[in-house]
Design a protein around this ligand. Sequence first.
Ligand code: HEM
Length: 499
Amino acid sequence: MLLKTNPHPRRKFGTGIPLRIKLGSRNLIYISSPSAILALFRHSKDLTTIPSIVRLLQNTFGAPKSIRMILERDNTGLSQTPIDGSNPLAEKDRYWYNMHRVLHTNLQGTSLEELSSRFIKNLEGELEKLCDGLEGNWFDFPDFSELVRRVCFKASVVALCGPHIFDLLPNFADLFWDFDANIIDLSNGKPRWLIPNGYRARDRYLAAVKKWNLFAKENARDCGDAEWDEFYGSKVMRERAQVLGKIEGFSADMLASQTSAMIWGASGNIIPAISWCLIETLTRPSLLTSVLQEITPSSAADILNISSLLSSPLLQSLFSEVLRLRTSVTVQRTPRSDFQLGSYKIPKGSVMFSSSWHEQRDPTIWNESPTLRSPVPHPLTDFWAERFLIYDDDPYSGPSLPSTTTSPTSKPPYDTTMKPKFTITPVSGSFIPFGGGKKVCPGRFYAKYEAICGMALFLSMYEIELDVKAGEVEMNKKFFFGGVMPSKNKISGRMRRRL
Ligand code: HEM
């Protein structure tokens, strides 16, 4: 509550000073400032996420209590070579090392390409279905975010888990979003008697995932090193299940919770992010014109020119600005032994956390001033698609506070043909939607692909009009500290297939 209502706790309590917060029976230490956060990321070896992930799997994803023993007995770390003095575990029982390896190797390189191209193909199919029989006529929708959720969820889950999940569980999307609506109450550990509907929604979601786990295991055949198979879908899901299945004591209920967390991790944040990318663009006509120019393919054969989309400075900046403004995650770390953070000693076992919401809105770090090409203020509470663009001839541009204190003149000498560069480097430690260090989100490259290419596909296939103006759409703060917050209100509008 303190953090939800206080926009800049750092100003009130001091820069970089760890702040002890008592939350019920929990003692937490709030870490702020880029230097302290970067120190956490640099010291990945001295810090662990075990207590926070055990808590997440139990509270939010309903894992049996005994999962704690399996996750805590493995203090061997994330690297192939176990940490000196750690428990002598067989390699197959090293949960953290095996999961880290499987997640990071299979969400990059050729596996990422396979997953991403399947997502785009599925999304194209889902978008095509929306206008079946309408022959280019306008059709109305009552709730744009719900529409984006519907088409993107199916495209994303089929790419990740294969098509059978929806044959087996035709209402899987409803089960997922009913669960998602309760995620904050569950993660806060509210008891069943207080939120019976939340627990019921989770029970149904877990039961569905357990059924799919079993189905995939029973039907999958040995497919060697294939990037994809129809029963597990992506290689990351197949190898995850294989690794977890070998860990001594890892039960079917534990696997159901772990898989539920994986499916949520791969959809729960990125789908609201795609929605925001579209809402922010569609409500700003000049931005929409610029975005449409970026997404027009160079050849008629391609519906999308993927590599040019992913390297577009404007599209990368737009996506980053959505994450800056709409994400509220905590990044949590616990010291394995007493940990020196600057001049402060953080006791072994404490849970340290930092907040993306506060770091990403800190006016002592971020640039909100006018630039040569956009000579109006850009408050950090507002969306500005170009915030992460830097121009070589403009000392006022870029995401971090300009080093110069004078304001841009009204008739500045700047090169109108100069192309900007996209950058997040000046705000490292302050821009943390994906966490950082060795435990950084393994899905960040896929997330970028889904957001930029997903948005491009919507806009290249449809003309869309929303019944709201720029800046009018509120976030649903019920999801504060839960990731990318969705929009609060229903947004009606109309759309038609581009011919
Ligand atoms: C906008 C989208 C996303 C956001 C904001 C996001 C954010 C995060 C954050 C903050 C973490 C914790 C990092 C840390 O502790 O330093 C994380 C972990 C994780 N994310 Fe993401 N994520 C997104 C998309 C994805 C996608 C698309 C996938 C999968 C395909 C994914 C899979 C995961 C997994 C499996 C973990 C846990 C990794 C571990 O424990 O080692 N995420 N994510």
